[in-house]
Ligand binder design. Structure first.
Ligand code: NI
Length: 420
């Protein structure tokens, strides 16, 4: 058992008792009432739910800074895809560990990923102590042979992750996007999602160019096209980006309970546009936050995403009252947990013990009265302690599960291979 004593949680000073992987009690807890208890002094700290990043390509940490300031298609075709062709399981493993170090240090406890070489990713996630939903990224480029291969891989990896029997790691299906995946593949993805009861993680409506590609091919906007063959029926979908949307598409998103992964920094950096988040919120659509990969962000610090989502929509709509601080904070916690169907994102009895502690003795967190505001508008993401699934993963800034120095050394080594 772990007892966090006298910590600022849910608006007041209380104790948090953790038993197994869950929060057993929040309130006044006497150590003597329980046997073997590890105490964490919460006196100077605030406890918040671990953040949930709903759109990542974690191994792309190794692509950080390689190709900035380029259009999306040029960025993908000339830099990212050629480097990805050199990846192997070992490179992906170290890239994932680097990402895990970065996420843990910035308060993220769960991420929803789409990539390749899932054995390497899963191994790193397992060792790091993080929680993750992992999807194999499928692209068939409308080729039948590729389609068969991709579907086989996707199903193989679902079974691989199920067989790991690790409650922190769950499988998903990751068709890349409607402009890179055939209708036949997407129909089969829907079938597989129902067969294995796993969510679908897909890029939707990121750029005007890609929407034009879908429209030229099908005569329909992406959400309308996918809906025309039942892609959203009977499944849970996390749609990354959703930048350019027609009213008819928003209607479908609402009807089909689509979860949106809003990636404002990636969308700004690649000049894709700005997602109509206030409009989606008004429709009651679940908004979550993602960083996207480090090629287009260039970090995994979800606190930056919280701040940008809170200020960006005010600026473009000339309205300072929209996307309030608490709402933006919920995007990264509660709403993310809802999208991934995990009992986390809030600090409540019976919920998963995914808890982040922040030492309040930081200049940008004073005066201490309006902490939620500080976490959204003033904080840089530098957290102190991280507990995931009831285990202490970081204590006073030191990660206990990963050899950080070794990860940095290996990251450089792997980068040399990728550069060629
Ligand atoms: Ni992406």
């Amino acid at each position: 058992m772990i007892l966090i004593k006298n910590v600022f949680v849910n608006g007041k000073r209380q104790d948090i008792l953790i038993e197994g992987n869950k929060i057993k009690k929040i309130g006044e807890v006497k150590k003597e009432d329980y046997g073997d208890v590890e105490i964490i002094d919460g006196e100077k700290k605030i406890a918040i739910p671990g953040l949930i990043n709903t759109h990542t390509h974690i191994p792309m940490t190794l692509f950080r800074g390689v190709a900035d300031d380029l259009p999306l298609m040029e960025w993908l075709n000339n830099y990212i895809w050629p480097m990805e062709a050199k990846l192997n399981e070992e490179i992906v493993y170290w890239g994932t560990l680097l990402g895990c170090v970065e996420m843990i240090k910035s308060g993220t406890t769960t991420f929803n990923d789409m990539y390749f070489f899932l054995e390497g990713i899963a191994k790193a996630v397992d060792e790091s102590g993080m929680r993750a939903v992992l999807a194999y990224g499928m692209i068939d480029l409308f080729d039948e042979e590729k389609r068969e291969k991709e579907l086989k891989n996707a199903e193989k990896y679902i079974n691989y992750i199920i067989d790991l029997n690790n409650s922190r790691i769950k499988p998903a299906l990751g068709p890349h996007a409607p402009y890179t995946c055939s209708k036949e593949l997407l129909i089969e993805v829907n079938n597989l999602a129902k067969k294995y009861n796993v969510p679908i993680h897909i890029h939707m409506n990121e750029t005007l160019d890609e929407i034009k590609m879908v429209k030229d091919k099908t005569g329909m906007e992406p959400f309308i096209y996918l809906n025309s063959f039942g892609f959203f029926d009977g499944v849970s979908v996390i749609a990354a980006h959703c930048v350019h949307l027609t009213d008819e598409e928003i209607k479908i998103m609402k009807e089909k309970n689509i979860n949106v992964s809003h990636n404002p920094i990636s969308n700004l950096k690649l000049a894709s546009g700005i997602a109509p988040i206030p409009k989606l919120l008004a429709e009651g659509i679940n908004i979550t936050l993602g960083t996207d990969g480090c090629g287009s962000n260039n970090n995994l610090n979800l606190f930056e995403e919280i701040k940008v989502s809170a200020i960006l929509h005010k600026g473009v709509n000339l309205n300072p009252t929209i996307v309030k601080a608490e709402e933006a904070f919920n995007f990264a916690t509660k709403n993310g947990a809802n999208a991934l169907n995990i009992k986390a994102g809030e600090l409540k009895e019976g919920y998963l013990a995914d808890i982040v502690l922040i030492n309040l003795d930081k200049p940008y967190l004073y005066p201490k009265e309006n902490i939620t505001s500080h976490l959204v508008y003033a904080f840089n993401g530098c957290v102190d302690d991280v507990i995931i699934d009831g285990k202490i993963v970081m204590r006073d800034g030191e990660i206990l599960t990963i050899d950080e120095e070794k990860v940095y050394e290996k990251a450089e080594e792997m980068y040399e291979i990728l550069r060629g």
